[in-house]
Design a protein around this ligand. Structure first.
Ligand SMILES: Cc1cc2nc3c(=O)[nH]c(=O)nc-3n(C[C@H](O)[C@H](O)[C@H](O)COP(=O)(O)OP(=O)(O)OC[C@H]3O[C@@H](n4cnc5c(N)ncnc54)[C@H](O)[C@@H]3O)c2cc1C
Length: 400
């Protein structure tokens, strides 16, 4: 039976699961987290924190600590590979809209590390690494979750609710049999990190630059210690061919010719999808973050949107546990699914189209539009409210 003391169970201790746990625990709700890996993965994934995400993280005392460990970027830009800067956006125009009018470049695992340390100090969250969720059964009073412990032995735990923050391949989404419609982007994305400082040689380069080109667009992103280059890549090639050091060298020299070889620190190639789950709320089981929606990284909205989900869902869960009607949780799905479709998917697909547009007239029209936006303060602010995901949060109230 789901006793009042039974925990909320969270499958997955990525950024979304951890923020959900932090919010529940802050409200005094007991939480058990089950995470398959034995430690916080250190792989290079999301590196951009948008302003409203930092505003949200401030209540957990981690926004300023992240700022200390990251790179504050008040500007980002669109460029053309041949002609250089098209438009430079200044997040300073949002200074009345957010306490953090900048994009913070900081690896997602740094936030995960901080939260894990905070949980260990504060108590209240039972975070079990090396525990793989294998299934669940739900009834009117709760959810029984089965898992394999670090030794592979089966176990089970009873909770009031289950949050599936178990990532893109979400085993819980699969068990639910939820449709995950959308598309797979035809090209593979190759992410390469180098010690070379592009800022010293490319004129007027902002630390976040989306570089359009009809043949090969790219993104240049500075992190506190490295530059990351994102490149579209032929999906018929093998992973070995894509990550071949000579090929990477040739491609980077194509972006910026320089004497000597590029020093490569990481190279990861990955498939990109644009998909949204048909439903997020399934009785006492909820999908959040990558388990609920996937998008291309052009705009840095994946992790940010997932953190916004986690707080929206857990605020409602806290209200329901305090006596609000269970239907309150349906609004989580209506609000956040709409954001995934209308904001995140629409923006990231448009960004990809703009960067890869082959038709010269259409390219010129995009570029003129961007120049027009930055030349007009009201349009500039409106554009940044959308690109920074502030507008999508303000629009939530209009969703019943
Ligand atoms: C190579 C790469 C680059 C990316 N770059 C960007 C970027 O530049 N910008 C951006 O915004 N986003 C980027 N993303 C996406 C971003 O990393 C995700 O949106 C974000 O991590 C989502 O967080 P999450 O907590 O929902 O899922 P995840 O971070 O995937 O966490 C899910 C967790 O669930 C655990 N888990 C899975 N199955 C089980 C199970 N059965 N039992 C227990 N635990 C389980 C996993 O081990 C994992 O720790 C990138 C992703 C990849 C793969």
């Amino acid at each position: 039976m789901g006793s009042p003391e039974a925990p909320v169970i969270i499958s997955g201790a990525g950024p979304v699961g951890l923020i959900a746990a932090a919010n529940l625990s802050r409200a005094g709700v007991p939480v058990v987290m089950l995470e398959r890996t034995t430690d916080v993965p250190r792989d290079l994934r999301a590196s951009t924190f948008h302003p409203p995400t930092l505003d949200m993280l401030a209540k957990f005392g981690i926004a300023d600590r992240l700022v200390e460990k990251g790179l504050v970027c008040p500007h980002w830009q669109y460029r053309d590979r041949d002609t250089g800067v098209v438009a430079t956006f200044d997040l300073g125009v949002l200074s009345d809209d957010t306490a953090y009018p900048f994009r913070l470049q900081c690896e997602q695992w740094k936030m995960s590390d901080m939260l894990r340390e905070d949980f260990a100090q504060a108590g209240g969250i039972d975070l079990r690494y090396g525990h793989t969720v294998t299934g669940f059964v739900q009834d009117e009073t709760g959810v029984t979750v089965t898992f394999a412990d670090p030794a592979g032995a089966p176990g089970e735990i009873r909770g009031r609710y289950l949050i599936a923050a178990d990532g893109a391949h979400s085993p819980i989404r699969k068990q639910l049999g939820v449709k995950f419609d959308g598309q797979t982007i035809p090209e593979i994305f190759l992410s390469v990190s180098t010690t070379f400082d592009f800022g010293t040689v490319i004129p007027d380069l902002a630390p976040i630059a989306y570089v359009s080109d009809p043949d090969e667009w790219n993104v240049l992103l500075r992190t506190p210690s490295l530059w990351r280059v994102l490149l579209p890549t032929d999906a018929t090639l093998s992973d070995e061919q894509i990550r071949d050091p000579e090929t990477i060298e040739r491609r980077l020299q194509g972006i910026q010719a320089k004497p000597g070889r590029y020093e490569i620190v990481h190279a990861t190639a990955y498939r990109v999808h644009e998909r949204v789950a048909e439903a997020y709320v399934h009785g006492r089981v909820f999908l959040a973050g990558d388990a609920a929606h996937l998008n291309n990284p052009l705009g840095g909205m994946g992790m940010n949107g997932g953190i916004h989900d986690a707080l929206n869902l857990t605020d409602k869960l806290i209200a329901v546990l305090a006596g609000a009607p269970a239907e309150t949780l349906g609004r989580y799905e209506r609000q956040r699914r709409k954001v995934a479709l209308d904001t995140v998917q629409a923006t990231t697909l448009r960004n990809r189209k703009m960067m890869s547009e082959k038709d010269p007239a259409a390219r010129a029209a995009y570029h003129d539009e961007l120049r027009g936006i930055v030349a007009d303060r009201a349009k500039h602010r409106a554009h940044l409210l959308k690109a920074s995901m502030i507008q999508s949060l303000r629009d939530l109230d209009a969703v019943a």
